[in-house]
Design a protein around this ligand. Structure first.
Ligand code: ATP
Length: 563
């Protein structure tokens, strides 16, 4: 699939627009149009339903080590600045960037790609920011311009076989920057913190500086105690949140894939340390299956376990769910979701202070004065499993937990295994990347006969009915003989149940194609027979199969595909 076609369709049919487009747009920001907003809401609602409200707290799901509870939160985007200091984002949430002296632009160091070329006895590295299928064309055009050659003289360019990224290039003085005309204009890579800063209140001093959250996860950690104290949830349980996150990405690109404002769908799942490896396996597989069930194909979707050397030492596993987006080079995949075993790193950081990620066992990072560099909340975020203790209390001949702890006071964790800092499994997904993957997966072209029997190319978005923006269209065959009246009644009966579109204008074939192009899975047509026997035709987008059903069965017939 060519990405341009999808981008054009998204604009033409109202899935995605560039933010503030009439003012020339703002790089890295996107608006969802009338159909896009439905698609994205459907994704978020499917996630919330499948992970949170539809979850059965009493049964053990397939593959899970046991039953568990799920609950939700909706936290603020701006939080106490100490949150980001303790979480590590203030010091460490940075990317390496290079700045071009000539164009004054900044680029993410590891994302600038290019290839070596030799001509006129000079060897240079030509970079490009073009998407995968235009990289060759773009580097060729730029090399011709640099060497002052004409397009007929491409044979004078001797190219290295492979594209490489900037970190693989030793000598930046040989590099032609992505927007530069002269060589060696890129400076040495520097670190750049990705958090957006803002000022809270009217005074606006340094101490009022705050940050737009770069992830929703921290809101969950800092509310862990509130949730435990205000509900009756017991470990193991998960807290879910959907919300906006902001990252001042150095080079936003690839349509919405890397945006500066985006939405995340995150779960922090709190469990007993001993059971955490099993819960990690469960969540990894569960999340992968979610995408498969919603129609992402197996050959473009993969689950990639991180190698041991990619893992932080406090994690026993991290996996990415990845999709082969069409704008990536052949064989490359882009992250849709990360599932990480995070141990007790986050809760401990918010309790004791920022931890030094490189220490093993984890130590609090100290400042020059020997005090914690960033102080934690000091609140007790341990969990006491009273039920488990009560079960064994009598066998152990104890009256109270205090007595249990007193008897083990020489141990590092005297309350263990009944009192502990829960370990966390974090499935962290992006709603926008999911929407983009569903759009890429859905796009298809096939050949279908038009009214005159002539084969025509049909663009069809093969969305799973659950994510399709419009579930069904109601179409009177002609605008007479009472057909529009019946069709409008059907439309009104369906409308309170799910999104439906009424269309009576133009030839029926053209109306079908307009619906195929936005992925409407079903079309209901009112025709001459409807007037006689109260049946309508239901047409299936993918198979083009048409069958007759009773008018009264329309809602139920469609609903069974939405579950
Ligand atoms: P990447 O390596 O692609 O920058 P990441 O590993 O930093 O991603 P996480 O911090 O794990 O991403 O965030 C969890 C999810 O949030 C990602 O899997 C992705 O779906 C989404 N996400 C992260 N950054 C962006 C972004 N700039 N634009 C859109 N979605 C994003």
């Amino acid at each position: 699939m060519e990405m341009e076609k999808l981008v054009a369709l998204c604009k033409r049919r109202g899935f995605l627009f560039q933010s503030s487009e009439i003012y020339g747009g703002l790089n890295g920001f996107w608006d969802y149009g009338p159909l896009g907003v439905e698609l994205k809401r459907n994704i978020k609602e499917a996630w919330w339903r499948d992970m949170v409200i539809g979850h059965d707290d009493l049964s053990t799901p397939v593959g899970a080590p046991g039953s568990y509870e799920m609950t939700g939160l909706d936290c603020t985007i701006i939080m106490h600045p100490q949150v980001w200091k303790c979480s590590g984002h203030y010091d460490l949430f940075q990317d390496s960037m290079v700045e071009c002296r000539e164009s004054k632009r900044r680029y993410r160091y590891d994302q600038v790609r290019g290839r070596w070329v030799e001509a006129k006895q000079e060897r240079i590295f030509v970079t490009t920011l073009a998407e995968a299928d235009h990289e060759e064309e773009d580097t060729t055009t730029r090399a011709l311009r640099y060497f002052k050659l004409r397009s007929k003289q491409t044979d004078q360019l001797n190219w290295a076989e492979n594209f490489e990224t900037l970190p693989e290039v030793d000598d930046l003085s040989r590099v032609l920057g992505p927007d530069a005309k002269t060589l060696g204009t890129l400076g040495e890579p520097r670190n750049f913190n990705l958090m957006f800063e803002t000022i809270v209140g009217a005074l606006g001093g340094e101490k009022d500086k705050a940050f737009l959250r770069p992830e929703t996860a921290q809101g969950i950690f800092v509310n862990f105690k509130n949730v435990c104290d205000s509900t009756r949830v017991k470990v193991p349980f998960g807290i879910a949140q959907i919300g906006k996150s902001f990252r001042n990405e150095i080079t936003p690109r690839n349509f919405t894939f890397r945006s500066r404002e985006f939405e995340q769908m995150e779960i922090e799942f709190f469990c007993h340390p001993d059971a955490s490896p099993d819960w990690y396996q469960y969540w990894r597989d569960r999340r992968m299956k979610w995408y498969e069930d919603l129609g992402l194909s197996s050959e473009r979707l993969r689950l990639r376990e991180h190698d041991a050397d990619e893992l932080s030492h406090y994690s026993t596993g991290t996996a990415d769910i990845e999709y082969a987006f069409p704008f990536l080079p052949e064989g490359e995949f882009g992250e849709l979701e990360g599932i990480a075993h995070r141990g007790d790193f986050d809760l401990r950081s918010h309790m004791e202070g920022k931890l030094d990620e490189t220490t093993n066992p984890l130590q609090i990072e100290l400042g020059a004065d020997g005090q914690p560099k960033w102080r934690g909340s000091g609140k007790d975020l341990t969990y006491f499993d009273a039920d488990s203790f009560d079960q064994v209390k009598e066998d152990l001949g104890l009256r109270s937990f205090k007595q249990y702890v007193a008897g083990r006071s020489e141990q590092a964790n005297p309350g263990y295994p009944f009192q502990f800092i829960p370990h966390v499994i974090e499935p962290s997904a992006g709603a926008d990347r999911a929407a983009l993957a569903f759009l890429c997966e859905a796009y298809d072209e096939d050949k279908q006969p038009d009214e005159k029997g002539k084969m025509q190319t049909r663009t069809v978005m093969r969305f799973h009915p659950r994510v399709a923006p419009i579930k069904c269209a109601v179409l009177p065959l002609v605008r007479k003989d009472g057909m529009p009246e019946i069709a409008r009644d059907i439309y009104r009966a369906i409308k309170p149940q799910f999104p439906v579109f009424y269309d009576e204008k133009g030839a029926i074939g053209r109306r079908y194609r307009r619906q195929d192009e936005v992925g409407t899975p079903f079309c209901i047509t009112v025709d001459g027979d409807t007037l006689k026997d109260k049946t309508v035709t239901i047409r299936h987008r993918d198979t083009l199969e048409q069958s007759r059903i009773n008018i009264d069965d329309c809602v139920d017939d469609i609903r069974k595909h939405l579950e």
